[in-house]
Design a protein around this ligand. Sequence first.
Ligand code: G3P
Length: 214
Amino acid sequence: MRIFIDTANLDMIREINSWGILDGVTTNPSLIAKEGTDTRTRVREIAEIVDVPISAEAMSLEADGMIKEGRELAALHPNINVKLPMCISALKASKVLSGEGIDVNMTLIFSPQQALLAAKAGARYVSPFVGRLDDIGLYGTEILGQIVNVFSNYGFETEVIAASIRNPTHVLDAASMGCDIATIPYNVLQQMVSHPKTDEGIQNFIKDYEKSKK
Ligand code: G3P
């Protein structure tokens, strides 16, 4: 499974890239706003520091606007793909943009039916939001397996990005269900590294090493 970081923070992207595990970056308007910048400026900055796919979200709600914005965003850098929020306009725009060779990441996916339509409209990626389904009392990770299954039944090349990941268990579920990608916040990536028994083991090895030197 490929690992993307879900952030617009340059230091976090640099740090995770230095771990040698970074396959991509996803941003959204809320993540960009947290950084006090704008999408075009920030995705250009991200493209200067990492050579991986970067999602940039279009804000228009009409198909024509999405197509125009999508072309502009994709023209900023070859690694940029265009995030469109799932709706009829986005399906229309996805068909046009993907026909022009521009990768679309259909976002705000909350059902396998939406994912099926996005795949049929040529989206390169779909982003089902796991945590936000948990937030309303549903089993968020359930749709990951359903989408992977639907895509595999019909040989869709659209890749599944498990998004709205809130904890390491979500990541394990995404990997177990065969998602192509998980886009993971910085704090969850840090949590994935840690295990109390690893920390304890390191301390014990250091103690024993110090003893054996005497
Ligand atoms: O980037 C989209 C998604 O990952 C947002 O996550 O935690 O705001 O639901 P969250």
